[in-house]
Design a protein. Structure first.
Length: 187
């Protein structure tokens, strides 16, 4: 997908608004393992993922808890840093060599104040992230490990080919041992 296609898929923008957004975007190629956002640093950019895969996780003691994966076409942002301009609670890591567009957040926030179409684009982008987070929370609270795994297989089967099983287990809120049992049971 091209950057205009990705932006328009989030929220349709008139040509002038789209052009303003495109002028902010800088194309970057970053290697696997790059941390786009860290829980101990202020975020100064958002990213649009053209090619590659990313995960968001939070650290607790010596454990990383993965709470989402994003692939081609996703907008990557530290939502707390984006909405409040404070330190985020998550780290966002690239799981593959990736092609992205980096957008300066202060410049983008300025455009939101001057262009209602871009402000609506930003609102819809955040609403989608909140919806994704809510769905994950509900799944962890009301579905069994097996149900969560089956849902992952139905919605994102390619993740099993692209993501380490430890990250998958963490995302599902289970141990790797439980994941192995669930996978064996479903074969």
């Amino acid at each position: 997908m091209t950057l205009p296609e990705i932006l328009q898929a989030t929220y349709p923008l008139p040509a002038a608004s789209l052009q303003q957004m495109l002028t902010l975007a800088e194309h970057v190629e970053l290697p696997k393992g790059t941390l786009l956002f860290r829980d101990d640093q202020l975020a100064h950019h958002i990213y649009v993922l053209q090619r590659g895969l990313a995960r968001a996780y939070a650290r607790r003691a010596d454990q990383e808890i993965t709470f989402w994966f994003s692939s081609e076409g996703a907008v990557l942002a530290s939502i707390r840093g984006y909405t409040e301009q404070v330190l985020s609670y998550e780290t966002i890591e690239l799981l593959e060599d990736s092609s992205l567009f980096r957008i300066n957040m202060p410049a983008l926030l300025h455009l939101y104040r001057t262009d209602v179409h871009l402000a609506n684009w930003g609102r819809v982008m955040v609403e989608r992230v909140w919806l994704q987070t809510e769905q994950q929370l509900i799944a962890r609270q009301f579905r069994t490990a097996e149900e969560r795994y089956v849902e992952l297989l139905q919605q994102n089967p390619q993740l099993l080919q692209r993501v380490a099983l430890g990250h998958i287990a963490s995302y599902l809120g289970i141990t790797q041992v439980t994941l192995s049992r669930v996978r064996a049971k479903l074969k």
